[in-house]
Design a protein around this ligand. Sequence first.
Ligand code: HEM
Length: 439
Amino acid sequence: MTDTGSFDAQSASAGCPAQAGAVRMTGLEYQKMPSQVYRDLRRAHGSVAPVLLDGDIPAWLVLGYPEVAYVTGHEELFARDSRRWNQWENIPPDWLLMPFVRYQPSVMFAEGDEHRRRAAAITEALEGVDQIQLGRDCQLIAHQLIASFAGGGQAELMDGYAHALAMRVVVQMCGMPASSTDTRQLVNDLRITLDIAHGDDPVAAIGRVAARLWQLVKDKRANPGPDITSRLVTHPAGLTDEEVVHDLIAVIAGAEQPTAIWICNTLLLLLTDERFAVNVSGGRLSVGEALNEVLWLDTPVQNFLGRWAVQDTQLGGQHIRAGDCLVLGLAAANTDPQIWPDAHVGAENSSHLSFGNGEHRCPYPAPLLADVIARTAVETLLERLPDLVLAVEPAELSWRHSVWIRGLTALPVHFTPLAQQPSSSRPAAQSPPSQAMVG
Ligand code: HEM
C-alpha cells in the first residue's frame, strides 16, 4: 500500500467542516501499535471518530463495540450499496481504495431481498463442504508444503505456508486445480487487490481475477462437479454467470486472505507469548485458544470499508449525514473498554466482531470452514516441526502497509531440519484428497 497504509499521528488541518479534527489514515505508527492508535482516537473522539481516507476523503471510523453492532444490525440506516456515497465527485477513477468501494454487482453490495437471495445461495454452497474431508485435505496440503522446506531448517511461513495453503484449499473448494500456474497468478492478483502494493494496479488485477473466474463458471455450467462453483450455478436462485463470478470473487478473496493471516497471526502468538510457547505441547493452552485470542486482539480484518448512511442520523454523538461513509473498526470494537473494562479477553468467548455482524456478516458456515483450515494448518506445522522458533526478534517483523488487514509481510522461522520424506509416506496421505471437499 502507499501512504494509505496507516493512521497519521497528525490530525489533518483542512477538509470538510463536519470532519474538523479528523485523523488521516496514513503514516507508519499504526502498523506497529494499532491498539494504541485506537485508544488515542477513542480518547479524542469517543466511539465514532472522523477520519480522512486516502486523498483526504472524509469518513467515520466506528470504534465502539455497541456502535459497530448497531451499524451492522440496522441495514435500513447503514447500508452496503456504495453508490449512495456523497463523496463520489471528489474521488478520482484511479483512487487507491477503489477496489473496496466501487459498486460491484456482488453479494457484498447487494441489499434487501436481492442480498438474501445471493447470500442464501452462498450459504448453501458453503454448507455443502464436508468439514471432515476439508480437514483431511488441509492436512495433506500442509504436509506437502512442510515437506518442501522441512529439510532446510528454515522457512518463511507467510507466503511459503499460510497463503499457499489457504489459497490451495480455497481454489480446490471452488473446483479449480490447486497447483496450476493460473492459480499462482490468481493468488498474486488477489494480493494486489487487497494490499494495494507498491506500483501494482488493483483494477487490472481484479480484471484478471474476473477473467479467470468467468472461464471457471463456463466450465462448471457445462460440466458441474462437487464444488462451490457448481453448487452456485445450479442453485434454484437461478444466478446468472455474472452474479456467480462476482460472488466467487467475494468468496475467494473473503476466504483466502483473512484465513492465511489468521494462521500467521496465531503462529506468531504461539511463538512469542510464553503462555503458549511452553504450554501448547503440554496441552494447558490450546491452539484453539490462541486462534480465538487472535480474533479478539489481532484480527485479520481490522477495518472494513464499509457502510453508507441511508439518511441523516446520529451515532456515538456524531451527526452522520445521508451518504456518509462508515468504516467498521472491527479491531477497535473487539478491544472496546466498554466490553472489556479490564482489558481481559475470554478464551472461550467468541462474541468478537471479527466476522462482522448482521445481514452482511461473513456467511454462517464460512467462519467454521476458516477455523478448520487455520486450526489444521497450525496444528500440523507444530506437530511436524515442534522446535519451531522465530528467526528474528519480534520487533524486527514487518507488517503489511494496510489499515484494513493486519498481517505480517513475512514470518521467518528456524527449526531442526527433518530428513526429506516423500509426501506420500505422511499419515495424512492415507486419506486421499477429495476432488472438491463436498458432502
Ligand atoms: C479468518 C477468516 C475470515 C474472516 C476474519 C472473515 C471476515 C469477514 C468480514 C469482516 C466480512 C464483512 C462482514 C460485514 O460486512 O459485516 C466478511 C464477509 C464475507 N466473508 Fe468472510 N471472513 C473469513 C473467512 C471467510 C471464508 C472462509 C469465506 C468463504 C469460504 C468467507 C466469505 C465471505 C463472504 C462471501 C462475505 C460477504 C458476505 C456478505 O456481504 O453478505 N469468509 N468476512
